[in-house]
Design a protein around this ligand. Structure first.
Ligand SMILES: [Zn+2]
Length: 329
């Protein structure tokens, strides 16, 4: 009996070891939050859904890759005064101090201590802690910035709609810069954000991550439904597989290709190595192997599927190209 109790305790304990503590990333008291209405900053539409994750913008035509969290403290000038906190222990990956894009001033952290080393991104900041440098360790709950409404001049955010754009997700490739150069050449705008360019990031809904104080990030990702699967033929190993081994099934070293499961919004959530001779290996380099009908419409809107709702859409093609940017024969 005692032995069984001990085993039960050990199982509980090892469960805790495989999770990471998460804090709410603004000054808002998490205990006051019971629904999206309690913390979401909507767009000018004033609909709460517009500040949530998903195809929530422009009548479901534009994707929003994070959550917009409104201020809980506003100063006499109507400016937000919330501190922004690191949601989990991690390190600084990227700081953008310029007003050169729709995210305005933003900071990205990576979280190697989480079971899957996701990034978190904090955007539209008024100011970022000047002492922070790329590579610095950041404990959970450290103040890293002040909430704001910074953006590029062409898409301003008024102070009464100030918010933290909070994003969490995975990075597609270490070879993104090379892909970008080959795709756009010298004429296109330079890739000022390097491997932290938004096209190289794939976010997921942060709601489940922020809903708890102790989260197993791998479980959060695994629990997302698979909307589509593709097969890819290659003998080389994409760096994504090395960066996120917890999302991989099988032996990457002997793989002749991959069966990759995607969420409806185009995040590769599960990779199965296909050995040489596998009947699942595609005849061309890349094929759609399976589509879940219930996600077809969302995937067409998100351009994961083309308008025929069967062939690959431009965002799926681009994500696969970037994922395999380091795999050239
Ligand atoms: Zn946002």
């Amino acid at each position: 009996m005692i032995r069984y109790l001990l085993i039960a305790c050990l199982l509980t304990y090892s469960g805790n070891l495989k999770s990471i503590e998460v804090v709410w990333p603004t000054s808002m008291d998490r205990r006051t939050i019971h629904s999206f209405d309690d913390f979401i900053q909507p767009t000018a539409s004033e609909k709460t859904i517009s500040g949530c994750f998903g195809m929530v913008r422009d009548n479901c035509r534009r994707f929003h890759e994070g959550l917009d969290i409104r201020p809980s403290i506003v100063n006499n000038n109507g400016e937000p005064a919330d501190l922004i906190f690191s949601a989990m222990a991690g390190q600084v990956a990227y700081i953008n101090q310029g007003l050169n894009g729709p995210y305005g001033k933003y900071i990205i952290l990576v979280h190697p201590q989480a079971e899957v080393p996701v990034y978190t991104l904090y955007a539209h900041l008024a100011a970022i802690d000047q002492s922070l440098r790329v590579g610095d360790a950041v404990p959970r709950g450290k103040p890293i910035a002040i909430m704001g409404h910074t953006s590029i001049a062409s898409s301003p955010i008024p102070k009464d709609r100030a918010h933290l754009h909070f994003e969490v997700g995975l990075r597609l490739s270490d070879s993104f810069n090379q892909w970008y150069k080959e795709k756009f050449g010298k004429d296109e705008a330079p890739n000022i954000h390097g491997v932290w360019n938004g096209q190289n990031l794939t976010g997921f809904d942060p709601t489940n991550l922020l809903a708890s104080t102790n989260v197993n990030v791998a479980d959060v990702i695994r629990s997302m439904p698979t909307a589509l699967a593709v097969t890819v033929r290659t003998n080389q190993t994409p760096d994504f597989v090395k960066r996120y081994p917890k999302l991989v099934v099988g032996d990457p070293n002997t793989a002749a290709g991959w069966y990759i499961e995607f969420t409806w919004h185009g995040m590769p959530k599960r990779w199965t190595a296909l050995p040489a001779g596998s009947s699942q290996l595609p005849s061309t380099t890349f094929e759609i192997a399976r589509i879940d009908n219930s996600y077809r419409d969302s995937m067409v809107l998100r351009k994961i599927l083309a308008t025929d709702s069967r062939s690959p859409g431009e965002n799926l093609i681009q994500n696969v190209q970037i994922l395999f940017a380091n795999c050239r024969n």
